[in-house]
Design a protein around this ligand. Structure first.
Ligand SMILES: NC(=S)c1ccno1
Length: 244
């Protein structure tokens, strides 16, 4: 996969040189390019914003630098358009399912807006060259898209083949099966008068699996009942029914 990020603060994306994503880049599992939007300006002040038509507070990002930046990045992929992801509180909600969907793409381009946002005509123009997807991390407002890109690139990048050491660890994570993950424990079995659940010391793998599944349902009901509302009751296995 190729990922491109366009920002007026490219240094904000430096953490993507670290840890799992950084190693994936070094190993050639992921190509990641960060572009400074100001590179695509033509005036001596390298201007990227201007006042909004219709009035109102703040500034709006000018369209031309964005069009030039995006034109320089878009690669043709045997007829499929790259996906242009625009982090925005006005976007579709990012979740694990969308992370898996986007991990299948050949090229993702992230446009980090600042100020009051990017001139909407950029999105209209971009639809001829990209699949344009405004995406929100959550119902809150950040000062720009960079923080959201860090989160999304990590969530997507870790799903790519070879990035995490043990692919098994992706299977039982929160949201991988529509439920929150079960609690985990390690040595010592007794710690500051807090004990590891006996069942986990029993060696009975069937009972342990049942206990873990029950904990997933219990936690999800307690913390995220909305997820249970979406959970397909018809998909409940016999093991699930026993765990409930
Ligand atoms: N909620 C998101 S992703 C966002 C981007 C910019 N401001 O908020």
């Amino acid at each position: 996969m190729r990922i491109d990020v366009v920002s007026i603060f490219p240094e904000y994306l430096a953490p993507l040189e670290l840890s799992l994503i950084g190693k994936a880049r070094q190993d050639g599992l992921l190509e990641l390019n960060v572009h400074d939007l100001r590179t695509f300006t033509t005036d001596k002040h390298r201007t990227v914003d201007d006042t909004p038509y219709g009035g109102g507070a703040g500034m709006v990002m000018k369209p031309e630098p964005w069009a030039q930046a995006l034109e320089s990045i878009a690669e043709g992929h045997d007829g499929t358009k790259p996906v242009l992801i625009v982090p925005s509180p006005a976007g579709e909600r990012f979740n694990q399912a969308l992370a898996y969907e986007l991990a299948e793409e050949k090229q993702l381009v992230f446009a980090c807006g600042r100020y009051e946002g990017i001139d909407e005509r950029v999105m209209d123009w971009a639809r001829d060259h990209f699949t344009v997807r405004p995406v929100s991390l959550g119902d809150y407002v950040l000062n720009g898209g960079e923080v959201a890109v860090l989160a999304m690139v990590e969530a997507i990048g870790r799903l790519l083949p070879g990035v995490v050491g043990n692919p098994e660890s992706l299977i039982e994570e929160s949201h991988s099966d529509g439920l929150l993950e079960y609690p985990v424990y390690t040595k010592p079995s007794s710690w500051r008068d807090h004990e590891v659940p006996e069942i986990l010391l029993s060696g009975n793998h069937g009972k342990i699996a049942q206990w873990r599944r029950h904990e997933q349902f219990r936690r999800t009901a307690e913390r995220r009942p909305d997820l249970l509302a979406d959970f397909d009751a018809g998909a409940l296995s016999r093991a699930d029914r026993n765990a409930l």
